[in-house]
Design a protein around this ligand. Structure first.
Ligand SMILES: Cc1cc2nc3c(=O)[nH]c(=O)nc-3n(C[C@H](O)[C@H](O)[C@H](O)COP(=O)(O)OP(=O)(O)OC[C@H]3O[C@@H](n4cnc5c(N)ncnc54)[C@H](O)[C@@H]3O)c2cc1C
Length: 423
């Protein structure tokens, strides 16, 4: 012990107790490891608390795509539309956008679909099991999703993407007329077609899932330390984790799962990772605001409506504005106004607004793999729009790495060093 510092010994430290860190801890616990969870806010208090609750296993088309490059200019014209860049952040985000553009080229896009498909297959196998372990399987709702289209042109434009999903073995049904109105009564007349995806699931509430995983972990001997990590460094075959107030955690192994805030910790380990945040907004209305049968996706408007135990959550959108600019809740209100046009009779009063920080890499794939400085520090962040969906798969892969087992799928598309050309 150095003078003035307290040293805590740990077997494996998981930094970040969002859905990714919690899932990693679940799989390490199952391997018999003694886990120390470190989070500055507690269990599931950031992005993982307020998302749309979708287990979007069929969502294999990366955001970085030729299609988005075509749509983006139109979206950017509307400052409250599905995609916006805060003027005060335009310069900082420019390099990330350049990489996003490169990742949207056809060959990169095809490789990204393949990598996402592999991860999603594992996710679909693992997520339910993880909930079972935490006695939380009742939180899973396997009722599918409905992606709706306003008019024939929007429906036709979606078919290219459905063809790719069909090739990946994903089941879906294009629906019209009575079948469509049966699946969701109360849709506006402008909605003429939809695609029903039975494999899509939701959770009853994403915060409840985090709470249930956290409860199970703490009841099983995992220790939670509420503290902010300043630096992570390799140290004589172990990992030195410096937290606030002169405390040092000395762990055999560590996982960095600090979501949108992971860039700084990774740079201390020699990895320059182009992690940015895609900020998203929503409003959670009282449960009786609308009789929503399942999650509805309004793709052209960039938002979804989800029935949760905590209410009807309406939101989405992407705002590139970094971690520090204040929220612009006009975005939440604007999506609500659009939703009330599309869901006849939606009651928009009494809602709670929220903003969250999606941790996003320009190629729409997460970072899962060892740090440059040490194999004993493993990264698990950057899941963008799909962190809940890919959480259990990530937990399994990270635990396999730390236990020296062969990973269930090849990790090469997700490794941090895929960005080394930009370093
Ligand atoms: C509007 C919106 C809707 C979404 N909908 C969906 C959806 O339907 N389905 C889906 O799969 N995904 C969805 N997502 C994405 C998903 O929410 C994220 O990918 C996921 O929550 C990321 O989880 P995480 O654990 O990496 O990050 P977080 O939940 O943000 O957790 C990171 C944790 O790290 C902690 N931390 C950070 N820095 C430090 C530090 N230095 N020291 C200690 N602790 C630290 C934070 O306190 C936090 O608890 C949505 C996101 C948004 C914004």
């Amino acid at each position: 012990m150095t003078q003035g510092t307290e040293t805590i010994e740990a077997d494996v430290a998981v930094i970040g107790a969002g859905i990714i860190g919690l899932s990693v801890a679940m799989y390490l616990l199952a391997e018999g490891r003694k886990v120390l969870l470190i989070d500055r806010k507690g269990i599931g208090q950031e992005t993982s608390a307020g998302n749309a609750g979708a287990l979007a296993f069929s969502d294999i088309l990366p955001l970085a795509s030729p299609r988005i490059l075509r749509q983006a200019p139109r979206w950017l014209i509307d400052p409250l539309g599905p995609l916006a860049i805060r003027p005060g952040y335009a310069l900082q985000i420019a390099p990330w956008l350049m990489r996003f553009g490169l990742a949207s080229r056809p060959a990169a896009y095809v490789a990204s679909i393949e990598a996402t498909t592999q991860l999603m297959r594992l996710a679909a196998l693992e997520f339910h099991q993880m909930l079972v372990q935490a006695n939380a399987s009742h939180m899973l709702r396997q009722d599918g999703s409905l992606q709706v289209y306003e008019g024939e042109a929007e429906f036709q434009a979606s078919l290219e993407g459905w063809k790719v999903r069909h090739q990946a073995g994903i089941e879906f049904e294009h629906v019209h007329g009575v079948r469509l109105r049966d699946l969701q009564p109360g849709l506006a007349g402008s909605i003429t077609a939809a695609t029903f995806v039975p494999q899509w699931a939701t959770v009853s509430d994403p915060l409840d899932v985090c709470t249930a995983l956290g409860r199970h972990l703490l009841n099983s001997g995992v220790v939670l330390r509420k503290d902010e990590v300043q630096r992570v460094l390799p140290n004589e075959g172990c990992v030195r984790i410096e937290v606030l107030q002169g405390v040092v955690v000395q762990a055999k192994q560590a996982v960095i799962a600090t979501g949108a805030w992971s860039r700084q910790l990774a740079s201390g380990l020699g990895n320059v990772i182009p992690l940015e945040t895609e900020r998203g907004y929503n409003t959670t209305l009282p449960p009786d605001a609308f009789n929503l049968k399942r999650q509805i996706i309004f793709g052209a408007h960039g938002f979804v409506a989800t029935p949760l135990s905590s209410g009807i959550r309406i939101g989405g959108a992407v705002e590139l504005g970094g971690l520090k600019l204040p929220p612009n809740f006009k975005r939440s209100s604007d999506m609500l106004t659009k939703a009330s046009r599309l869901l006849t009779g939606l009651r928009t009063e009494g809602g709670r607004q929220w903003m969250g920080f999606r941790p996003s890499l320009p190629d729409s794939l997460p970072v899962i793999g060892p740090s440059l400085a040490s194999k004993q520090v493993v990264y698990a962040f950057g899941h963008g729009h799909l962190g809940l969906t890919q959480s259990a798969a990530t937990g399994k892969l990270v635990s396999e790495l730390l236990m020296g087992k062969k990973p269930s799928i090849s990790l090469s598309p997700y490794l941090a060093d895929r960005f080394k050309l930009f370093n």
